[in-house]
Design a protein around this ligand. Sequence first.
Ligand code: G1P
Length: 294
Amino acid sequence: MAITPRIHTAVIPAAGQGTRMLPATKSVPKELLPILDRPALQLIIDEALGAGVDHLVIVTSHAKPAIENYFATDLGVESSLEKQGRGVLAEQLRRYRQDVRVSFAYQDQPHGLGHAVACAREAVGDEAFFVMLPDELMSDSSLLKDLATLTQSTGVGSVALKQMPTAELFRYGIVTPVGPMSTVDGIESLPFITVIEKPNVADAPSDLAIIGRYALTPDIFDLLDALEPGPSGEVLLTDALSAQADVTPLRGVISNIGRRDIGNPQGWLEAVIEAGLQHSEFGESVREWLRTQI
Ligand code: G1P
């Protein structure tokens, strides 16, 4: 049986200030805001583990110690859960730290996504890696698995794409496709040559937006290090992707995966409601209650 190619490391940029969710994020990092009973960050981690990741690189800032605390072992909590007969939850907490190695990298200045990824260089080493933007929750690990297969088979970076309505294009990195779709190891993808970050409608090269999942090759680090910050003071990951794609086109997987943008209050609320409705124990009563509200 063929072995499915894996990517072992996922970089999760989590140093941002979360200003769109203030005042909630004044003392709680946005990545730790709960989606029902689990922090959003845990849902990202679960997605990564489901794709075979065994090393997380969390790019955080010294101003957000709660992120590191989330990964600290608390034997006291685990043993009191055991004593209360809540062994299942204790086991869940234990598993969280056993299934994966966690490294931290620090980005103490808001110099953009490209800079955040560059900060992870030492922890990642010389192998392909995922970048997972924690503002976006995906319904399962299938997209990551597809990106891993594609990048490990072709040797070039790949990104998740979604067709967006014109009015939404200015929020995203938009790719310039070249050539037709093709299938590698059962995964359909589209080659692209440049990425334009948050274009005006008139300048958008297509309607294909990068959504927050990437499988990247380690040569991206030299390109990131060579970039100067743009007018906003940020180093753009999209500029490094364009530089890479200039040499060999990168690949985009057009996906319709269930996806929620939780970086704004309405998106976060929708994710929480959805999690409530899907809950095995009280989903049905939440549904009943919701019906009475509208
Ligand atoms: C970032 C990237 C952008 C990408 C988007 C996906 O933008 O810079 O290319 O399309 O994530 O959510 P941000 O949302 O951080 O402004």
